[in-house]
Design a protein around this ligand. Sequence first.
Ligand code: SF4
Length: 330
Amino acid sequence: MTAPLTPVLEVRGLKKHFPVRKGVLGRQVAKVHAVDGISFSIRAGETLGLVGESGCGKSTAGKLILKLTEPTAGEIHLDGARIDQLSRHDMRPYRQDLQVVFQDPYSSLNPRMRARDIVAEPLRNFQRLADTEVKTRVAELFAQVGLRPDQMVRFPHEFSGGQRQRLVIARALALKPKVIVCDEPVSALDVSVQAQVINLLADLQRDFGVAYLFIAHDLAVVEQISHRVAVMYLGRIVELADKRALFAGPQHPYTEALLSAVPVPDPTVKPKRIILQGDVPSPINPPSGCHFHTRCPYAEARCRVETPPMREVAPGHFAACHLRPGPVVE
Ligand code: SF4
């Protein structure tokens, strides 16, 4: 599932299994298969949307890429350099290239720091710029994210939710990163503010060529900003394609069901909603074969025993379903 041009971020067979321990000796009795072998790549200036229901492993995938948690297996390559095995110290030169925007801007900002110092902090820590250079760069960043110069002296609680997210974006951009992991960056915001923040992210990408891994549960939001979309279910990517191809013709039954729940703005169109049976199974003991077989309306006998490999079902369109033929990919 490699993008045609050299990727700036590449993930191969990434896994994160958390041990479940019991008893006074803390014996491991099971594993949570949070991320169970995902592969994808992102090019410079591209946005890959990573979607799925709550608990599917998408946020853990983001944390693995940011090296906030260590993978159980797999590889992460940032601009050609393998980073998954690097220690905290050896990771430092790469930190500048890899930034994050979290869902809740308030909890990711130090409430005791003024806005200008929040944005200046990474410049001081990583680039050791002179005070005048830091001042100039902070002023530029404020302008780039649409904040006013007089807001520099304010504290985080004096900003609205949307303005706080702009502040977080300014801080993430300060070191001119190659990749920003955006983990549900607009889901805590009002709908009108969501659109402003998405437009801002798109404008900044056009101007600076930064790549985004855009993690969200809301397909409508992902559709607005992504170039390609990967759909996750119980720790695995089940479909990955160009946004238009995926929304126009989903190839995996799970994607089909997710898309059928997206509201259609045209009142004359009556969408055929696919209601999935049951809840998402536990990642502690995921179903055998195709993880989705317990809820899939098309499941066959082999789906319970054989894990469907990822196949290229159309050029650049990948799906992991026994009903979709195509060459198997890594
Ligand atoms: Fe459904 Fe079988 Fe395809 Fe899985 S492999 S999505 S259970 S048809």
